[in-house]
Design a binder for this molecule. Structure first.
Ligand code: VLZ
Length: 141
């Protein structure tokens, strides 16, 4: 297991999050609320099994998966898309060195996220089309 991401993390910086939501076609009013929120990321890691909970006062987003195993994702409350449909789409999370990398194939081009630890902080890079959002979380006591 290359890295241990588990714990409770609180969002510290959120660069280009609104642009990311815009690339996902999230409407103006929802974007304005979303960018003002404090986000807490709760990560449970048991071997290759992961549970991610992104918590806020407005909406929560939860995702569970096993590294290397395909799955379907419906981004309920986010942009409400199905990210795997039939045989031609796939969503897969893998380790690329110490980075946990998720490629989300679906309607939107170049959609992905990456998580890693750097300087004791949890990083999340969210990509959609040509937009790259970087979120940095610090450990919550
Ligand atoms: O995160 O794919 O950690 O699924 C933002 C929710 C969630 C709050 C962003 C506002 C999570 C929503 C993106 C308003 C539209 C994501 C994965 C990696 C885990």
């Amino acid at each position: 297991m290359p890295a241990d991401l588990s714990g409770k993390w609180i969002l510290e910086t959120n660069d280009k999050f609104e642009e990311y939501l815009k690339a996902l076609d999230v409407d103006f009013a929802t974007r304005k609320i979303a960018i003002s929120l404090s986000q807490t990321k709760v990560v449970k890691q048991d071997g290759d099994k992961f549970e991610f909970k992104t918590l806020s006062t407005f909406r929560n987003y939860e995702l569970s998966f096993t590294v290397g195993v395909e799955f379907d994702e419906h981004t309920k409350g986010l942009d409400n898309r199905n990210i795997k449909v039939g045989q031609t789409y796939e969503i897969l999370v893998t380790w690329e060195g110490d980075k946990l990398v998720c490629t989300q194939k679906g309607e939107k081009a170049n959609r992905a996220w990456k998580h890693w630890i750097e300087g004791g902080k949890l990083y999340l890079e969210l990509t959609c089309e040509d937009v790259v959002c970087i979120q940095v979380f610090k450990r919550k006591e």
